[in-house]
Write a protein that binds this ligand. Structure first.
Ligand code: HEC
Length: 179
């Protein structure tokens, strides 16, 4: 190979390198990514929170206030969604869940003949209106590991109505907490 030939090879190599560099540079000029800015549309975050009860919970009145204007008749109607699993009569049968006659003030997990979850047995204390409100709002949030397969009642007003109905299911109704 003489020097002329070597020059040709070197030239070819250099040329290829230059070409690669050049196209790379050009490509970068053309396709340089620009920051996205705020194109597109905002995701409906507020709406999702409302659906999950977040926004609603935020503007909810405290329980004693809600109970003061609660309606037991409306509550009885709303409690139809519980009756798939619960009976409400005195001495009524345990179904999927325990009979709820006299549940207000009753020690948790204490209805005769019902096989409660370990989580419910471990919860302890008696059912206050406050506890019932939390449990009916989000059963699995209040008693982690409960076998009550129910999503919960998101509306605070509706829960208060249900509690007003539960209050009537007793020979000695427990008074509502004072606002
Ligand atoms: C899909 C069936 C189902 C539905 C619907 C349901 N529950 Fe229950 N409930 C259960 C089961 C099962 C238990 C026992 C939970 C455990 O042992 O963890 C229970 C337990 C309870 C308890 C505790 C009782 C006690 O003796 O300690 C209360 C209070 C209660 N439910 C109220 C309600 C109310 C009010 C509704 C309607 C808003 C409702 N439940 C809807 C199945 C249901």
């Amino acid at each position: 190979m003489d020097s002329f030939e070597l020059n040709k090879v070197a030239g070819a190599v250099l040329g290829t390198l230059l070409f690669a560099m050049g196209t790379g540079f050009l490509a970068e000029l053309i396709y340089k990514p620009k920051p996205a800015g705020d194109r597109g549309f905002p995701l409906p975050v507020a709406e999702a929170a409302a659906a999950g009860g977040g926004a609603e919970a935020a503007k909810e009145e405290p329980l004693p206030v809600r109970l003061a204007s609660a309606d037991a008749a409306k509550g009885q109607n709303a409690a139809k969604k519980c009756s798939a699993c619960h009976s409400f009569e005195k001495g009524g049968p345990n179904k999927v869940g325990p009979d709820l006659w006299g549940v207000v003030g009753r020690p948790k997990a204490s209805h005769e003949g019902f096989n409660y979850s370990a989580a419910m047995k471990a919860k302890g204390g008696s059912w206050t209106y406050e506890d019932l409100d939390h449990f009916i709002h989000a059963p699995k949030g209040f008693v982690q590991g409960t076998i009550m397969a129910f999503a919960g009642v998101p509306s605070g007003a509706e829960r208060a109505d249900i509690l007003a109905y539960l209050k009537t299911l007793s020979d000695q109704p427990v008074e509502f907490p004072k606002p």
